[in-house]
Design a protein around this ligand. Structure first.
Ligand code: WQD
Length: 326
């Protein structure tokens, strides 16, 4: 088996490559390096530099590496950016997926794992989000991920391709400081940045209908997320015709204020947050019912929020040595 991992030079992708190779799977990375970093790809893993929109290059990569499975992570993933640039998001995330699936079907690759997101749920009005919770995405990003799931399922029905769509909740942490997220578009690195700049962390609204008034999210360690990909990839390999849609979370909600308190403790800054107005489009609570993947495939998360913050901070300090407190 050889897995083509699109976006494998990215933050999450590099962790998936690491987990797949450590599990003994052969991998090839396909990445345009627009946000990915080539140094994240291990020397023994071939890196094919190419756009997800380049049908010929994809077809050649599938043939040359005798690919028997695809893990598709390459996508644009910033909610705010997608509101400003919907055409670019639909091109990369939906047209790119269509082009990839066309190459996969033509090359008769039997297994396909699609990176989806909790953003497909929009503002779910439930305590725990199950895979049957209605999907009402609020952003073009979330729409492209839902449309992607529909396309993947339609191709499975038409061709017998074994497919899985994994709905990531809030991903954080790092396996090693070198693999830490270099982006600053999510809570933990955004708070790190504020602390490093000498500013107070910001809470985007504390008037939500939650226990402490701040938004509640389900944080999942990127190492656990990567392990889930290995588990699902093997399930696809072993049972053709598989059709899985799975939440990848821990089933435990943590509030923004709790996260900031933990970050203050881990980093040693202990700087009280300020409350700013709500960020448009933020749901009060998005927490996974994460038991389907456990029941069906035996996977469960092993790392907690403390591990996520500590490992993320080690990565941040490696990139920003001035941030370290004695
Ligand atoms: C978390 C909470 C903010 C920064 C998004 C995507 C989702 C997935 C993860 C790709 C929110 C609050 C943040 C800050 C704050 N991405 N916050 N102060 O919005 O839950 O999910 O990223 O798949 O699809 O939608 O993540 O980290 O941006 O925010 O109060 O300085 O932290 O308002 O409530 P989010 P986030």
């Amino acid at each position: 088996m050889t897995w083509l991992i699109t976006g494998g030079a990215g933050y999450i992708g590099a962790h998936v490559v690491r987990a797949m190779t450590e599990a003994g799977e052969r991998a090839v990375v396909y990445d345009d390096l627009s946000t990915g970093i080539a140094e994240r790809v291990p020397a023994e893993v071939p890196l094919v530099r190419g756009s997800i929109l380049d049908a010929d290059r994809l077809a050649r990569a599938l043939a040359e590496h005798e690919v028997t499975g695809v893990v598709h992570l390459a996508a644009k993933k910033q909610v705010g950016e997608s509101v400003d640039s919907p055409l670019r998001y639909y091109q990369e995330n939906v047209e790119g997926l269509r082009i990839l699936l066309e190459a996969v079907v033509s090359a008769e690759v039997p297994s396909f794992l699609f990176s989806s997101s909790a953003a497909v749920y929009g503002m779910p009005d439930v305590d725990l989000v199950t895979e049957e919770t209605p999907c009402l995405p609020l952003s073009p990003y979330g729409e492209t991920k839902l449309a992607g799931e529909w396309l993947v399922r339609a191709v499975r029905r038409a061709t017998g391709l074994a497919t899985a769509s994994l709905r990531y909740f809030n991903v954080a942490g790092a396996a090693t400081p070198e693999l830490a997220d270099t982006g600053v578009s999510n809570l933990i690195p955004m708070v790190f940045e504020r602390l490093t700049e000498g500013a107070a962390p910001r809470i985007f609204g504390d008037d939500y209908p939650t226990p402490d008034g701040t938004c509640v999210r389900d944080y999942i360690h990127v190492v656990d997320l990567a392990e889930a990909h290995v588990t699902v990839a093997r399930a696809l390999q072993s049972s053709p015709g598989t059709d899985l849609t799975l939440n990848i979370g821990r089933g435990e909600g943590v509030s923004v204020r709790e996260m900031i308190d933990r970050i203050n403790a881990v980093t040693g800054y202990d700087r009280p947050p300020t409350v700013t107005p709500r960020r448009p489009g933020d749901p009060a609570r998005v927490v996974a019912a994460a038991d389907r993947i456990t029941t069906e495939l035996g996977w469960h998360a092993k790392h907690d929020v403390q591990d996520m913050i500590t490992s993320a901070w080690e990565g941040w300090v490696r990139m920003h040595p001035e941030a370290a407190r004695s």
